[in-house]
Ligand binder design. Structure first.
Ligand SMILES: Nc1ncnc2c1ncn2[C@@H]1O[C@H](COP(=O)(O)OP(=O)(O)O)[C@@H](O)[C@H]1O
Ligand SMILES: [Mg+2]
Length: 356
């Protein structure tokens, strides 16, 4: 059998560059080498595409190692991104944040006509934009927290007025977030007016549109969804962040945050969340896979959808693959399933186009 050539695409222009290198290294180590041959395509922090060329006699283990060490560029040559179709049969983006997870990279794959893993353009863009995603959730009647948008031009016009409406509508503490970002970058929990201004100044460094949310006193529960037409949710997990909320540091640098699998929830609540996860995935036109994050309010057990991550962390100890592992699908099999789903979407789309 001819092995399929899979281009693992990693790195990227976002602040989640390093996270992507760790996820991609895990995927490279675990992917089934009997079935797949790997091509390694890295995007530098400046957005330049490079191809990692292994020294003679070296294999995937070496690639994983240089990604983990952050020295992969020493072994890389310039790469013309549109040549991806010449070197690979399939693109597997293991990359996060703006430019990569938000539909732009997916649009490129669609344009050059290469099948790829994970959500398509619309789902990726909607999920990355916290305002747009909340609009969709609201429209279909999913439970979401109270929130409002704050645009930079409005804030610049009259920040006192902006603050007054936030204080009136949402109260303190509130969460101030860039609409498009990830990994908690640019997010602050503001407790008063002074902190609110500081939080907005920070968040506007990342985006010209912000979302301000009421703070929910909640447990954080995550669902891993896989599938195209018939998506399924795995076992649920709970994050117990160390500190006031799940910040960048508590996600990646602090070992004291805890992942609990399965989440300790009643069977009824578990079913409610799994069903909501699948429906939310469908509502944004999800394909392939995504991690759907929920808040479960302490005391009331009221469920809120927080956000959808269409390219969630993918190290062996990341929530998404661990939830599927707990549901009986091994880490390598989860990767294989994502590849199969990417091919399935590609053929479905081509068949539909052929009928036009
Ligand atoms: N409305 C909220 N109420 C309570 N905690 C929140 C709220 N919004 C965000 N958080 C906390 O901040 C973290 C990061 O926010 P999130 O919206 O998930 O952004 P990101 O896309 O960066 O992960 C959450 O995991 C949670 O700990
Ligand atoms: Mg999050």
């Amino acid at each position: 059998m001819n092995k399929r050539k899979i281009a693992v695409v990693f790195g990227g222009r976002s602040s989640e560059h390093d996270v992507s290198l760790m996820s991609a290294a895990s995927v490279i180590r675990a992917i089934n080498k009997e079935r797949y041959e790997l091509v390694y395509l890295g995007i530098t922090r400046a957005g330049v595409w490079k191809r990692l060329v292994l020294p003679a006699g070296e294999g995937p283990a070496f690639a994983a190692e240089v990604l983990e060490k952050g020295t992969w560029q020493d072994y890389s040559e310039d790469f013309n991104m549109s040549d991806i179709v010449k070197v690979a049969d399939f693109a597997l983006p293991i990359i996060h944040g703006p430019y990569c997870e938000d539909g732009k990279l997916q649009g490129f794959f669609e344009t050059v006509g290469i099948p790829y893993g994970g959500c398509g353009v619309l789902a990726s863009a909607l999920a990355m934009d916290k305002l747009a995603a909340k609009d969709v959730f609201e429209k279909v009647g999913f439970p979401i927290c109270k929130h409002r948008a704050l645009f930079k031009y409005k804030y610049d016009e009259d920040r006192e007025k902006a603050e007054a409406s936030v204080a009136r509508e949402l109260g303190y503490p509130c969460f101030v977030k860039p609409a498009n970002m990830g990994s908690s970058v640019g997010i602050t929990k503001a407790h008063d007016k002074k902190e609110f201004f500081r939080a907005c100044d920070l968040a506007f460094k990342f985006d010209k549109r912000l979302i301000i949310e009421e703070a929910i006193n909640a447990r954080e529960v995550e669902a891993a969804v896989l599938g195209n037409e018939h998506p399924e949710a795995a076992v649920l997990g709970e994050i117990i962040p160390f500190g006031e909320f799940y910040t960048y540091e508590s996600k990646y640098e602090d070992e004291r945050s805890v992942l609990k699998i399965p989440a300790e929830l009643s069977p009824e609540l578990t079913e409610e969340i799994r069903e909501l996860a699948v429906n939310a995935f469908r509502a944004i036109d999800g394909e392939g896979y995504a991690r759907i994050d929920f808040f479960v309010e302490k005391g009331t057990d009221k469920v809120y959808i927080n956000e959808i991550n269409t390219l969630p962390g993918f190290t062996k100890i990341s929530m998404f693959p661990m939830l599927w592992e707990a549901a009986g699908l091994s880490y390598p099999d989860t990767i294989e399933r994502i590849i199969e789903l990417g091919y399935e979407r590609y053929y479905d789309q081509n068949n539909r186009q052929a009928m036009l």
